[in-house]
Design a protein around this ligand. Structure first.
Ligand code: SF4
Ligand code: SF4
Length: 480
């Protein structure tokens, strides 16, 4: 069968309907939805499914992952919960097969643990699917008031699902020992290496394969459960499967010691670092868009006051309205897309407000309108600066602070993407140990033996720390 790609849809209802139409026609459909839109699936969950549909429910990186298992149970749609990229490759093919078998859509949770993961994946040998015949069948794809069709379809689906569960490859057992651990979905990443630990990994959030779990519980002396939220625990209690409280390891062992620590910090070479540093020096209050900009609040930089649910313009205006002393010293930081997405009313309020905006024009992530076009359309004064030049940023920030309602447009993108920039190095003879460069909040800089050092494997070569070193001890290194 040919692979057809449909362009993105602006609303989840539209995406669901396109996938549903594709499956009614007898083809397979893969539809990616944000996990927060999954409730919309109730509109089609009890209808049939022609060629098969797989809905990937993608969590948001900056939001705590929602527990999708109660929703899957309510919709009576099976939920796959892959833990690692390889599971995606293996389980998703299984998901299509299951969808065809039970004549219903199948859900698959793509949590933050998968969005952040990068690893080699082996795809199973090519499986082909042919376009199914289509014949109009009353009540199969249309919900009719009082019709028995859906009830019969649902009863058949439950039966098919139960028989599939018995042979499902979505439950895997690893290791042997008297201590047993049941792990759900992405929680597999929190299991440390332990001897004599038998792990039952559940690759399916709903339905729960109680028989498999019961067999596992009978093969171990102590049974523990590691799940996100509290969904499975009461089900096991009701089924009389005894689970011990807590976990079979001390809390500090939860993260494998083999993994490098990745505290939430702005990356080396981030184009936001210079302006966050400058705003902090100028004692400005800073409000940011959600997303990676909020990492500016991390311990190394500590440069952000708040991050709201929508536009930081509203957040900053609300803050400045209540603190007259902060007039002119409150900034909202936005990406070009965030700036473009502000309503006319919001930009109108902003232009007469006590705050100023900083917008990053990143060539790698362009908006439809340039930040300048948006500002000119609303008569908002513009100041521009290079995101990797501290002197330009300082002049730009001061100019905007003197003129609330203006915007500082920064040019530049992540320095790490520019291959021509060599890592910087510290001349330890020159370094006086004044620690000023540490204020740049760059994770590539450390302070061993009372002097600064730069990790050449981590430094992106943006040059900002070199600009603030009073004795010019930080210099460009050699190109790799
Ligand atoms: S040049 Fe300095 S601030 Fe820039 S990435 Fe390297 S160490 Fe960090
Ligand atoms: S700013 Fe310069 S002198 Fe001060 S600690 Fe850093 S490298 Fe050393």
């Amino acid at each position: 069968m040919d692979l057809l790609e449909e362009p993105g849809c602006s609303r989840p209802e539209e995406a669901i309907d396109r996938a549903f139409g594709t499956s009614i026609a007898g083809a397979r459909a893969l539809c990616v939805l944000s996990a927060s839109s999954a409730g919309v699936l109730s509109r089609i969950s009890d209808l049939g499914c022609g060629g098969g549909i797989l809905f990937l429910l993608v969590g948001q990186e900056d939001a705590p992952p929602a527990d999708l298992r109660p929703l899957a149970q309510q919709l009576e749609l099976p939920l796959l919960t892959p833990a690692v990229p390889q599971d995606c490759a293996s389980l998703l093919g299984e998901g299509f097969a299951l969808s065809g078998k039970i004549a219903a859509p199948v859900l698959a949770e793509v949590g933050p643990w998968l969005l952040d993961a990068a690893s080699m994946v082996e795809f199973p040998q090519g499986q082909s699917a042919s376009l199914l015949d289509y014949q109009r069948e009353s009540g199969r794809f249309v919900r009719l008031p009082g019709a028995e069709k859906q009830k019969i379809q649902l009863a058949e689906r439950r039966k098919a699902l139960l028989s599939w569960l018995e042979v499902s490859p979505c439950v895997t057992r690893k290791g042997e020992g008297e201590t047993g651990l049941i792990v759900t979905g992405g929680m597999a990443h929190s299991v440390p290496q332990m001897e004599r630990l038998a792990v039952l990994q559940l690759g399916m959030g709903w339905p729960v394969n109680l028989e498999e779990i019961r067999r596992f519980s009978q093969s171990v002396e102590h049974l523990y459960l590691l799940e996100k939220g509290r969904y499975l625990a009461p089900i096991l209690a009701e089924a009389g499967i005894p689970v011990e409280p807590g976990l079979p390891w001390a809390p500090e062992e939860t993260i494998s010691p083999d993994l490098p620590a990745r505290p939430p910090q702005l990356c080396p070479g981030c184009p936001w670092r210079g302006v966050l540093y400058t705003l902090k020096k100028e004692k400005a209050s800073v409000f940011v868009e959600s997303g990676c900009l909020s990492l500016g609040a991390g311990l190394l930089m500590k440069g952000v006051d708040g991050c709201g649910a929508g536009s930081p313009l509203a957040l900053a205006m609300g803050f400045a309205a209540s603190r007259p002393g902060k007039a002119g010293k409150t900034a909202a930081l936005l990406t070009a897309q965030g700036w473009e997405g502000c309503s006319f009313a919001q930009l109108g309020d902003f232009s007469s407000s006590r705050i100023f905006a900083v917008v990053l024009e990143d060539a790698a992530q362009p908006a439809q309108l340039t930040p300048q076009q948006v500002a000119r359309a609303m008569d908002i004064p513009i100041v521009e600066a290079d995101s990797h030049s501290l002197s330009q940023i300082r002049d730009g920030v001061r100019s905007c602070m003197a003129r609330p309602g203006s915007v500082l447009i920064l040019h530049g993108s992540c320095a790490a993407k520019e291959e021509s920039l060599p890592a910087h190095r510290v001349d330890r003879e020159l370094c006086t140990g004044c620690r000023q460069c540490l204020r740049m909040g760059c994770p590539a800089i450390s302070f061993p033996e009372h002097k600064s050092a730069i990790d050449p494997n981590c430094c992106a070569g943006c040059g900002l720390c070199g600009e603030i070193c009073p004795v010019k001890a930080i210099q460009k290194g050699e190109k790799a």
